[in-house]
Design a binder for this molecule. Structure first.
Ligand SMILES: Cc1ncc(COP(=O)(O)O)c(C=O)c1O
Length: 305
């Protein structure tokens, strides 16, 4: 069982990140100079959308899938991106070149409704066009994530219904998830396991969640979680490789008794879960998680070849 506290986004320290250059609305400047207005909709309200992507061999893994989600999310909240996906790719390429980055890079692409003329909520107060920021860092997930696994705690904060704030949106406002993470920390865990409004196991505050039972892979229906690109890739890989996979409702009863559990996300790919609410998950062997991880690694390699 792991004892040392860590997060699902722990990475190896890389001193090159102290001098990275950041894209802010077409300008690429040193991180110390990268600023947006205090009137920015993202700062004032969390009114924006973002994507987390990874660069390998000079190529963005699953770029089209990320752009599908990004443009669909922006359209949902009437946020005009102001450029097409070729324009986004160009901005990404310029930022990577300015940083001399080629592989093992993590990027946070962020778009907000832009600078407001007054510090109030109405979207029409954002009049100068959207704010686009791209932060890229040299990044390799810490090896301890694989060796120790993550400790989860089930938290009181639940996923929302689609008609309040659709949990499928990768919005700047992550307060629901941040509260869940705080609750998990208070419970002595690394990350929060969140239930849906009916009490079924759904997702964690920063990743999607899977269990393995008797060779079957289970994840939630997808109705209350982020439409994770990695989540969908894992489901597709299982289908293509004869691993039974189900998107279904299940409770903590099945999660506690799982043979294996793992999280998915662009940063960590598949990260094993060591414990849920102090209960050890499986015997630590994790053969299905290891197989899926190998399949996913090959898929990323093929996509970025
Ligand atoms: C709440 C939440 N769930 C899941 C994910 C994983 O999504 P993806 O696999 O597209 O990185 C993220 C990533 O941003 C997230 O914020």
């Amino acid at each position: 069982m792991s004892t040392e506290s860590h997060t699902t986004h722990d990475s190896d320290e890389d001193i090159r990140n102290r001098d990275i250059r950041i894209y802010v609305n077409g300008e690429i400047v040193h991180r110390d100079q990268a600023k947006v207005s205090v009137y920015d909709s993202g700062f004032l309200l969390g009114d924006g959308m973002w994507e987390g992507m990874r660069l390998y061999n000079g190529k963005w893994a699953f770029f089209e899938e990320h752009m599908d989600r990004f443009f669909a999310s922006c359209k949902t909240v009437a946020l005009d991106v102001g450029m097409d996906r070729a324009g986004i790719l160009d901005a990404l390429t310029r930022t990577a070149e300015a940083n001399g980055m080629h592989t093992d890079v993590h990027c946070r692409l962020m778009l907000t409704r832009g600078t407001k003329v007054k510090p109030f909520q109405h979207p029409s107060l954002s009049r100068s066009g959207p704010t686009l920021v791209i932060i890229m860092e040299h990044s390799k997930p810490a090896a301890s994530l694989q060796s120790q696994g993550i400790r989860l705690a089930t938290v009181p904060q639940v996923r929302g219904l689609p008609m309040s704030q659709d949990p499928k949106l990768n919005s700047h406002s992550k307060l629901n998830c941040v509260i869940a993470c705080l609750q998990a920390e208070e419970a002595g865990a690394d990350e929060g396991l969140m239930l849906d409004p009916h009490g079924f196991v759904n997702t964690t505050n920063a990743c999607n969640f899977f269990i393995v039972r008797r060779g079957e892979v289970w994840t939630s229906t997808g109705d209350y979680c982020m439409k994770g690109v990695t989540r969908q890739k894992v489901i597709d890989l299982c289908r293509d490789n004869g691993i039974p996979v189900f998107e279904k409702n299940y409770s903590l009863y099945e999660a506690y008794g799982a043979d294996e559990a793992f999280l998915t996300g662009t940063f960590g790919a598949q990260t094993p879960v060591a414990t849920i609410d102090g209960r050890q998950i499986g015997d630590g062997e994790r053969p299905v998680t290891r197989r899926i991880r190998a399949l996913y690694r090959d898929l990323v390699a093929a996509d970025t070849a």
